[in-house]
Design a protein around this ligand. Structure first.
Ligand code: MSP
Length: 512
């Protein structure tokens, strides 16, 4: 079985500092990366910044800066955010790096040599904000402005000499590819959108621009810069040392297991990218998953709309793990989600502080008082104990499968249910009344510890810092944590010393 897993976030435009939408893509990608690692996979997790093109050039001009200096400054804020979010990425790629330029030039040369690219003239609509070409029927007029019906962003008329990629040649081959790889695009609803778009007919794609200079030059014609999406998408192979296809990274991790992206950039990833790759005889990625948007009010957050939520501010107020938990739990994955302070505080108080933090605290304090912080010695499992322990074994395959289909909601709901069940177990069993019946007392505490261990392991991909704090009880560390062990309940070693636990989450006091 393939035990390597390559996951990517989109590479972000460093046109302005990061917001919650960017944090969301990254946190969810980190969730998958961490999950696969504790499942025993070798994981390569990539993120970075997309630094060329007109959008960036204009943003730099507005600040009166050279584009590279401008990118250096803002790319750093994305890099810093990757640390603040505790991302476990293995690399951070910038498209202004030399390794990337070489990789893009190589891909371009292959496409040109294979006759997939020709020189002609583009005249049509272009959105600098989306860095996308739109056809006449994708444009409407609003308040006197021409805008894209798809994204709502402003478009301008462009007429210039341009290289074209023969995308129209790939229509049938792409449809066959989607057919042969039914899970290539998820969720299903987005796949249907893509398939009907491709069926409606693909036109050749303009893949170079001549009217500005901020980009990678076309190797055979330095008057042109390569279209920023062809440039940007190539990052996914540049980071694996493409064009050196004998390199270990490339051999181990390409084709990518999962490109996690927002739904707005699906066309680029699910149509253009596989077409470029197929045309260059490179295998397309295994999956593209288009998640929903984080909305602020009813609208997608964006700088131009001025409705940005700053992840750093939220983290300073509430802490990182509560934000990670909230975004992963509250946003139904694949759909749009609204962010609200009230719901975030509710999550912290009920799920994290009450259900999880308290459970750990109560069980450990009880064991400290009654068993000198040792793993209970003698226990005899009854039906009611086995029932709650065995759920993990019974649902194990389903849990793994749900993650492999990016069904995060199933995974998170399971954790929530098990947190309730574990608290209920401890309350119903009333160990404080069983001090005379040592075997039963030990059994209840053993089971409770096992539940804390299993739930904490399951929480690790979502709230790694807090989960590791809890797993310290058992001396389980990031290097020894093993998802597969949640199946079993004879893991804890009798009489081993447990560690105390500090408070995991503080309740938000002003909330009732
Ligand atoms: N640079 C391109 C991606 C190139 S990938 C080869 C780009 N950058 S972006 O900075 O505009 O957006 C990056 C990602 O952030 C996209 O997946 C986008 O969907 C996501 N988000 C931006 N705003 C968002 C929300 N408000 N909510 C959720 N994610 C959204 O596109």
């Amino acid at each position: 079985m393939d035990k390597n897993f390559y996951i990517t976030t989109p590479i972000y435009y460093p046109s302005a500092k990061p917001h919650m939408g960017h944090a969301y893509s990254s946190i969810v990608a980190d969730f998958f990366a961490r999950f696969k690692r504790i499942q025993g996979y070798k994981v390569f997790f990539l993120t970075g910044t997309d630094e060329h093109g007109q959008k960036i050039q204009r943003a730099a001009e507005k600040k009166g800066m050279e584009p590279k200096a401008f990118c250096d400054e803002i790319s750093k804020t994305f890099f810093d955010l990757s640390k603040t979010l505790n991302l476990s990425n293995d690399d951070f790629i910038r498209t202004t790096e030399d390794r990337h330029r070489k990789s893009v030039e190589n891909l371009w040369n292959i496409l040109e040599n294979k006759n997939e690219i020709y020189l002609s003239k583009y005249s049509g609509w272009y959105s600098v904000s989306d860095e996308a070409f739109y056809s006449e029927d994708e444009i409407e007029t609003k308040d006197g402005n021409k805008i894209s019906k798809i994204s709502g962003s402003q478009v301008e008329w462009v007429e210039e000499e341009s290289f074209f990629f023969k995308l129209s040649n790939w229509q049938e081959k792409l449809l066959n590819f989607y057919n042969d790889n039914p899970d290539f695009i998820l969720p299903e609803s987005r796949k249907n959108e893509v398939v009907s778009f491709v069926k409606s007919g693909l036109k050749d794609l303009s893949v170079s621009r001549k009217s500005f200079s901020w980009g990678i030059k076309v190797p055979s014609n330095k008057d042109h810069v390569i279209y920023v999406w062809l440039d940007a998408l190539t990052n996914y192979i540049s980071a694996l040392n493409y064009p050196n296809i004998d390199d270990n990274l490339y051999k181990s991790y390409w084709p990518a297991s999962l490109h996690l992206i927002g739904k707005d950039i699906l066309r680029f990833h699910a149509i253009y990218w596989p077409a470029f790759l197929l045309a260059a005889d490179i295998q397309p990625p295994k999956r593209v998953y288009g998640h929903g948007w984080i909305l602020s009010g009813e609208e997608k957050m964006s700088k131009s709309k001025g409705n940005i939520l700053d992840p750093i501010e939220i983290i300073e107020t509430y802490g990182l793990d509560p934000l990670r938990y909230y975004l992963i739990k509250e946003v139904s994955f694949g759909n749009d989600g609204n962010i609200s302070q009230e719901k975030l505080e509710n999550c912290i108080n009920s799920d994290l502080a009450n259900n999880y933090g308290n459970l750990c605290q109560r069980v450990i304090s009880f064991i400290e008082k009654n068993l000198d912080l040792k793993i209970p010695e003698k226990y005899v499992l009854k039906d009611e104990d086995l029932k709650i322990l065995k759920v993990y074994e019974n649902l194990f395959d389903k849990l793994v499968d749900s993650i492999d289909k990016q069904n995060i909601n199933f995974y998170v709901n399971f954790i929530q249910e098990q947190l309730f069940a574990a608290n209920k177990y401890f309350n119903d069993q009333e160990p404080w009344k069983k001090k005379e019946d040592l075997i039963r007392l030990n059994t209840i505490l053993y089971v409770s510890l096992e539940l804390i261990r299993k739930i904490s392991i399951m929480l690790y991909p979502i709230i790694p810092n807090s989960s590791l704090k809890a797993l310290k009880i058992f001396n389980i560390t990031e290097d020894t944590i093993d998802f597969n062990s949640i199946k079993y309940h004879e893991i804890l070693k009798i009489n081993d010393k447990l560690n105390k636990i500090s408070i995991l989450f503080k309740k938000i006091e002003n909330y009732d």
